[in-house]
Design a protein around this ligand. Sequence first.
Ligand SMILES: [Zn+2]
Ligand SMILES: [Zn+2]
Length: 677
Amino acid sequence: MTAARATRCLLFACLAGSSLLGLTCGEESLQQNATRAGAERPASASPDNSADTDAQASPPRDGPPGANWQVVDDLRAERAARAHPSDGGGSLRFVESPPALSVGGRARFEFEFEVGEHGVAEGGRLEFLAPVSWGWSPAWFSERAPELGEPAGRVEVESPEGVRWTALPTGDGRCALRLGGRDLAPGETLRVTFGAGPAGARVDRFAERTPALYVRVDGDGDDVAKLVDDIPQVDIAPGPAAQLVAHLPSSVSPGETVRLRLAVLDALGNASPDFEGELHFPDAPPELGLPASVTLSVGDGAHVALEITPTVTGLYRVFVQGPHDLLALSNPMLVVDNAEPVRWADLHGHSALSDGSGTPQAYLAYARDVAALDVIAITDHDHWGLPFLDERPDLVDDLRSAVRDAHAPGNFVALFGFEWTSWIHGHRHVLGFGEPEELPWISSIDPDFEDPRQLWERLRGLSARTFAHHTSGHPVRTNWDIAPDPVLEPVVEVASVHGSSEAADGPAPVSGSRDGSFVRDALLRGYRYGFVGSGDSHDGHPGLAHLSAGRGGVAALLGADLTRESVRDALDARRCYATSGARILLRAALDGARMGSVLAAKSEASQLVVVAYGTAPLASVELVRGAQVVERREYSEMRLDALESFELPPLNAGEFVYARVRQTDGHTAWCSPFFVE
Ligand SMILES: [Zn+2]
Ligand SMILES: [Zn+2]
């Protein structure tokens, strides 16, 4: 069963990504896509809705409540299945090159499929799959189109004489056709149209060079299908300039030379490389020494960095104004004597090598040049997406060398990692803090590494750390019955494109969240975690995932140098905090100790001081002690900054407290907890 079943699971993961985007960005076409995907999805096969899985995981087996053994069994069966030489045979090419395409547009693609050297036997199967992750129309066979109201993505196949096709029900946006009538001989050709109906086929939201259609071939009819390697690529251009982003470092000493980074993006967060125009700095603080304007030309890649040397202490934000009503307010920059640096990091994201968009090189360059991050990690899936990377050491080596090339100690830290995609105990991404080749690729599908304790034993002694993420719900919850390794897992991801896993009373909880699976539930079990946010982006926009998805995450690392070791040390000491993407500057101290500290219990009251500099007006500062929010300071007047002091009755051993800062635009920052022993 299983090759088909596993493919179906794959597509569900992708469709889940679309629905997330569709619901949050409000683009009509994507909402339609998400709605259709949801309507077509048989709940029993869905790994991406944990609310379904408790009741429907089959067969019943030992494991935590959110476990979905069916997915694991299917993936293992597919891996064990022996391919026939004819499986995956053939090639696809354009009959004529498609017209110029830009993000979210529609097109009609005409292909010729040439049968491979081993032919396709009667009873064999061809499957056509659009890369549905980021906005492509799912592929539909024309026979089914009327009942579906002629959706975009219709497929038509013109075949040689004597050939008959039967559409197989898939229910997942995969167009699967069974060959009847006769065998297809090597070298015979079929004409395949994708987007044959009046609605055409909708293309990617991400500007990239990408396959327009994947083909899988089961050449001998045993239901084991393999991807065809030889498929044509299309270029999807970004849309027009629609937004401007401006980033400053958050904490700087007087006299330090730093950079103001500007980037012009389309509405979906893609850099608009054809942009040219002048960006002005009205009312710029003279102490920053900014020019009156800067000009961006074609060839600048839609981004520019300006060196500034602030000499006067204070808090600065910079307004930037461009043509077409482009306007940006930078994040706050605090200039203080002996400033402790704040490094902005995205420690979790995916490229087109697993189930995301874009090349690893493009992902890393975006993180550095457009998102102005200090630290980036790329964490493609162990065994999920197209193709499965645990079967492609050549592609894993490509990932390693992309990270090696991008890493520039002192300027920009690039980390190699992967996602241990366990459908039983919850997903964890794994980062290496040594050279990329020192971190092995460990697959959760491997029975020797299906439990996080087996993962940690394999990593012990290596400079590696693991990060539980989307712990409370979609697409799979974390099994908190297994205590995190105190050395290898010092922090947890509380925010990403999936939403927040912090607590039921937190903002934008991950869909399908359940009590008992939140990060706060883990703290209540006595686990000590610092907090990070990260994008878990699949759209090639690390550090700015929230711009197109509406939700995202980044991590602030306090006092870290720009080396891998120093980044690891900050995480180990929980000198870090999480945000949902906005670069809010947050400081917190409990009786003078910094966030992430462990303090001794005492019989007197304690004082927690929270300082927040927002990127938008602040809504509230909240104090969490144990299971509850125990105090909330709300702001009715417009204010960008806050300084709050909370008086806490005596703290007992085993307790924890932390602060949460919310902005009126929905963004949130969470300081790492203080623990009492
Ligand atoms: Zn995950
Ligand atoms: Zn992920």
